[in-house]
Write a protein that binds this ligand. Structure first.
Ligand SMILES: [Zn+2]
Length: 379
């Protein structure tokens, strides 16, 4: 695969930095083909979508009668989840509990945005603060493992915290900001392995961690997709797939209403993510997640291919900010700058170098694809 000649899709900007990408005669990649074949016909960000979602919203309200809250919304501080919270109030009249996981990396903009949104909407907010020594230990373990997916500890804390809380407190509905509009091209697993593979997380922590994870939220992909769903009855609803969701317009709306502050890139509400996606991953591994994000925006008509090519050619970081963030991340993890640099120079590994449940997860994904539930490509 490494000797493969460089090729870039002629319709989006995904390229051979995704080792498993395939192209057809026109030079279109498999993400593009999948988008038109499987996503477009089943995606209704319009009146039909509203019709499909209405009974679900009615049911959430009905089931939640007499409870303090009728659903749970995980709020990261980013645009997608913030907009879901906004819709829950303005469009659907729901009574959610907003749930935020503080994994220690919130940018100041994110903190401000969450405060303004929560105040503006008048919803209750519950914040789960992750024990920092545990978070730090797991984070450093992933750096030492030399895998590309060093954002797994943060991602895992976000979703496991949310799902565990829902199951424990009897919530029957979780509303998430997942959506086709900005995520129809998923990052390939080579760039971003499943953060929900608990076997992998535990193996990496066992090898490189130093303190036990006593309070860190843990949840296996099968726990929440099967046990929580079918035994505990926790359902996940993705409202953004049923309305016209144009990122720029949504940001403008929140900015106007709540003095919400924009981030330069998707997921930059976390300082760790900014460092990781903007610098660590592209520099050490040659993977640029913006390539997938921009490709999604091209397919959904929110960015031209020319604009995306121009933007991807520019580094997401200027030299000075890299140095500052490098120091910030090192210091926060109790590493010296040279120790973090040494980790940066280490030999790259993949999720396959550690225990994982990839074959079982793939089987699950295949079944969901056959059933028509999973539409985006995950590979
Ligand atoms: Zn493509």
């Amino acid at each position: 695969m490494d000797n493969r000649p460089y090729q870039i899709c002629t319709n989006c900007i995904m390229d051979t930095s995704d080792p498993n990408i395939t192209f057809d005669d026109r030079g279109w990649c498999d993400y593009c083909r999948n988008y038109y074949k499987n996503i477009v016909p089943n995606w209704h960000p319009n009146e039909k979508g509203e019709e499909l979602l209405r009974p679900v919203i009615d049911k959430i309200k009905k089931d939640g009668k007499g409870c303090d809250h009728d659903c749970l919304i995980g709020l990261s501080g980013g645009i997608d989840s913030s907009y879901v919270a906004f819709l829950a109030k303005e469009k659907y009249g729901l009574r959610p509990l907003l749930f935020h996981v503080d994994a220690g990396w919130n940018s100041q903009e994110a903190v401000n945005n969450i405060e303004r949104l929560v105040d503006g909407l008048g919803f209750d907010l519950y914040t789960e603060v992750i024990d920092w020594p545990e978070m730090k230990d797991l984070q450093v373990a992933f750096f030492k493992a030399q895998v590309p997916h060093v954002d797994t500890p943060q991602d895992h804390a976000f979703f496991a915290g949310l799902y565990n809380f829902a199951a424990k407190n009897g919530f029957r509905y979780i509303l998430t900001g997942a959506n086709y509009s900005t995520e129809c091209v998923r990052e390939p697993l080579a760039w971003h392995y499943h953060a929900s593979d608990l076997r992998q997380l535990k193996d990496i922590h066992r090898r490189f961690g130093q303190r036990p994870l006593k309070t860190f939220p843990l949840s296996d992909i099968f726990t929440y997709r099967l046990y929580y769903r079918y035994v505990k009855g926790v359902r996940v609803v993705k409202p953004l797939n049923y309305v016209p969701y144009i990122k720029e317009d949504a940001m403008q709306e929140l900015t106007d209403r709540f003095v919400w502050q924009e981030y330069a890139y998707k997921h930059y509400e976390s300082r760790f993510t900014r460092f990781y996606e903007g610098y660590w991953l592209p520099t050490k591994f040659g993977y640029d997640k913006h390539r997938a994000h921009f490709s999604s925006l091209i397919l959904t008509g929110q960015m031209t291919r020319e604009e995306a090519i121009e933007r991807i050619a520019q580094p997401a970081y200027d030299e000075e900010t890299i140095m500052q963030d490098f120091e910030y991340v090192a210091k926060k993890l109790d590493l010296t700058v040279s120790e973090l640099q040494e980790l940066m120079g280490g030999e790259n590994r993949t999720y396959r170098d550690y225990k994982n449940r990839m074959s079982l997860i793939s089987l699950g994904t295949d079944i969901l694809r056959i059933l028509g539930i999973q539409k985006a490509i995950i590979r």
